[in-house]
Design a protein around this ligand. Structure first.
Ligand SMILES: Nc1ncnc2c1ncn2[C@@H]1O[C@H](COP(=O)(O)OP(=O)(O)OP(=O)(O)O)[C@@H](O)[C@H]1O
Ligand SMILES: [Mg+2]
Length: 410
């Protein structure tokens, strides 16, 4: 049987120390985090049977509720210096202890909590469940450490309203990550996910598209119309390629991001919306600020929580998983039976640099599935240019290695 683990949550070092000793003396394992905010990250790493948490305020209670909802296999005991929080914690905590509290009471509370949890086979945590080999994280495929970190971050920010900045080269999956953020938020997932390609909207109509307009506000405005921000009410807005917004629009956007309010074109009435903004770019925003193409105040507003999505070439350990994923996706779509990818083809794919990232890989696999005739994807199913490119770079590497060997011999 596993030794029960109790997680102590307190920012006070003395409390941490005395609880740690008490818990270990009674034969339990103990862990420590400094605040309730850190608990989820801890639970993603380790199974914990009881969470013994010092409550500092309403935020802490919200996080504990979230932990409950997410189904971590842990029971919660809270400690606070006043008893008016008990009602808020109804159904969340097994016990709400009011300080000062005797050691005896703490231990009996832990025992009560432990009687409710299974100590046998350790249940995987919520995130570990999602990361189980066959599963994807809201359609995202990838198990590399950098991607697991992204999943964990999405999980932690899912219920907040904070604007998220997604950075990454073209084709790395910014749109997919934005969708995952939307789907991970259970209050928003059934509401609209509004994707706005900032660079693709013609300058003349962009304001009326985003903010809406009143009847007659400009030539062609025959009827009153809601803008995209209004249509996305309750949901998530992805502003793709934010760097392509003009400076004057950036000012207006700053207000929307800060106060979630704006006016329709031709109207003075202020409209308030409840939307979560996710903003993406594949550009160097710091350089754009220096070039006076991007407003610094907007940048600081956006950069509160940013997610950097790594290029495919720096997470090649995910490549086989992605190849398999696209192979089965496009086999189904094209009614083909593809059994595997030959070893030398996988070697070629692993040695390629993927400047177009996952989008390029997806296109290559789709093409190979369509062209394949024998059920095994071989190098003849790949574009000649790609194979040639890999072979040339391998030749260069071999020549360089041989040259340095020659040098080291001399
Ligand atoms: N982790 C992933 N798992 C599965 N498919 C992915 C993943 N990331 C990206 N893709 C696929 O790769 C393609 C490109 O992804 P996406 O459109 O999200 O990239 P992007 O970063 O927004 O690109 P751009 O900068 O060009 O807009 C999509 O077809 C998507 O389905
Ligand atoms: Mg995109």
């Amino acid at each position: 049987m596993n030794k029960p683990r109790v997680l102590i949550v307190s920012e006070d070092r003395l409390t941490q120390k005395s609880l740690y000793e008490l818990i270990c003396q009674h034969g339990y394992e103990a862990g420590i985090t400094h605040s309730v905010k850190d608990v989820m990250a801890y639970l993603d790493e380790k199974i914990c049977h009881v969470i013994l948490a010092d409550i500092a305020g309403a935020d802490d209670i919200e996080i504990l509720k979230l932990i409950r909802e997410k189904g971590y296999p842990s029971e919660i005991i809270t400690m606070a210096s006043h008893n008016n929080i008990e009602d808020d914690l109804d159904g969340v905590a097994v016990d709400c202890l009011i300080r000062p509290v005797e050691d005896k009471k703490i231990i009996s509370s832990i025992e009560k909590a432990l009687s409710r949890v299974s100590l046998g086979e350790a249940k995987p945590s919520f995130l570990n469940k999602l990361l189980h080999k066959e599963e994807t994280f809201y359609d995202l495929v990838g198990q590399s450490p950098s991607f697991k970190e992204i999943y964990s971050l999405i999980d932690r920010i899912s219920s907040s309203k904070a604007t998220i900045l997604l950075r990454g080269e073209s084709g790395t999956g910014k749109r997919m990550v934005a969708r995952a953020i939307h789907k991970a938020d259970k209050k928003r997932r059934d509401k609209p996910f509004m994707e706005i390609s900032c660079g693709a909207l013609p300058r003349e109509i962009i304001e009326s598209e985003l903010f809406g307009h009143t009847k007659g506000s400009f030539t062609g405005a025959i009827n009153e119309r809601k803008g995209r921000f209004e249509l996305a009410h309750g949901g998530t807005v992805l502003l793709d390629d934010i760097d392509s917004f003009s400076l004057d629009l950036q000012v207006k956007l700053l207000r929307v991001l800060q106060h979630k309010e704006f006016e329709r074109v031709g109207d003075h009435k202020t409209i308030k919306v409840d939307v979560r903004f996710v903003v993406s770019t594949n550009q160097d925003l710091e350089k754009a600020i220096m070039d006076k193409k991007f407003r610094e105040d907007l940048y600081y507003r956006l950069n509160v929580i940013s997610i950097n999505i790594p290029p495919l070439r720096s997470r090649k350990d995910d490549l086989p998983l992605l190849v398999n994923h696209f192979m089965s996706l496009y086999s189904k779509e094209n009614h083909k039976k593809i059994k595997s990818v030959s070893d030398d083809t996988m070697q070629i794919l692993m040695n390629y640099d993927w400047p177009g990232n996952i989008r390029e890989l997806e296109n290559i696999i789709e093409r190979a599935v369509i062209l394949d005739m024998d059920g095994v994807i071989g190098s003849d199913d790949l574009p000649e240019l790609l194979v040639g490119n890999v072979m040339a770079s391998l030749d260069t590497k071999i020549n360089n290695a041989a040259a340095s060997d020659d040098l080291s011999l001399t």
